[in-house]
Structure formats: C-alpha cells, structure tokens
Write a protein that binds this ligand. Sequence first.
Ligand SMILES: C[S@@+](CC[C@H](N)C(=O)[O-])C[C@H]1O[C@@H](n2cnc3c(N)ncnc32)[C@H](O)[C@@H]1O
Length: 133
Amino acid sequence: MSDQLAVRTSRLQNAGNGLFALQSFGAGDVVCVYHGDILTTREALQVEDKSYLMRLGKGVYIDARDHPDVIARYINDCRSKGVHNVAFEKDPIKKRAIVRAIRPIAPNEELYVNYGTWYWLAYNMTHKENPIK
Ligand SMILES: C[S@@+](CC[C@H](N)C(=O)[O-])C[C@H]1O[C@@H](n2cnc3c(N)ncnc32)[C@H](O)[C@@H]1O
C-alpha cells in the first residue's frame, strides 16, 4: 500500500482501523491525499453510510466509502484538542483534500484529524444508541 503509512487497529476505543505513520513527518509535510467518488449535495444527502463522506466546499463532496485503497480514509478523529497531528486541506477545484502534518509526527504515531463539529453532530444523530463524545 505505502511504505510511509500503514492501516492498523486504532488506539482509540471502538474506532475500527486507523492510519499510522511508519516514518517521521515534519510540520507542513504532505502525508497523503483523500479522494473518492465526487458527489453533489443532493447525492451526498442520499448517502446512507456517511462515514467516509467529506464536504470540500459548496455543492462538492467526495466519498471514499467504495475506495478501501485510499488510505487517507482510515484517519480517525481523537476528539481531543491539541492532539490532532494532521489537517485536511480541502480543494473543491481539484476535488481532493491534501492531508498535511500540522506538527512533527514520529514513526508509529496514529494520525488524527479534526473531522469538525458537523460530522460528529450528524454521526451522533444516526448512532443514538452509541454516540461518540
Ligand atoms: C473516515 S472513517 C475512519 C476509519 C475507520 N475507523 C475505519 O475503520 O475505516 C470514520 C469513522 O471512524 C470511526 N471513528 C473515527 N474517530 C473515532 C473516535 N474518536 N471514536 C470512535 N470511532 C471513531 C467512526 O466510525 C467514524 O464514522
């Protein structure tokens, strides 16, 4: 898949898989790229499993649900301020998001990105029996 990154069981509880660094990254380095099927707002609203759905900008979404080869889709959100080590740089023109290191990352660190408030609001609405705080 990649000699810089590996998909392994997440260190977060009940989070499934996560993405881990196999090498060091410096702050500002491009770590990988998030891409997938390109959807309009109308199409995005109809997606049942929104786990891998990302809004890039007005009317532009990408969905990596059917793309297990896109390793960026395995990045979890640790939900703790100050612990995130990568950020999504969304590009609605190129229809992708660059995953960029926001601080130095050491080998074996799990990558964590802030999905944003709306992702978790929607997630918890559809997982009322098992919300993620
Ligand atoms: C983009 S996927 C990340 C990869 C996913 N863990 C997997 O195994 O394919 C987003 C999903 O990961 C899980 N996830 C991410 N962060 C989590 C957390 N802090 N706690 C529990 N589950 C989390 C949730 O199921 C979420 O909908």
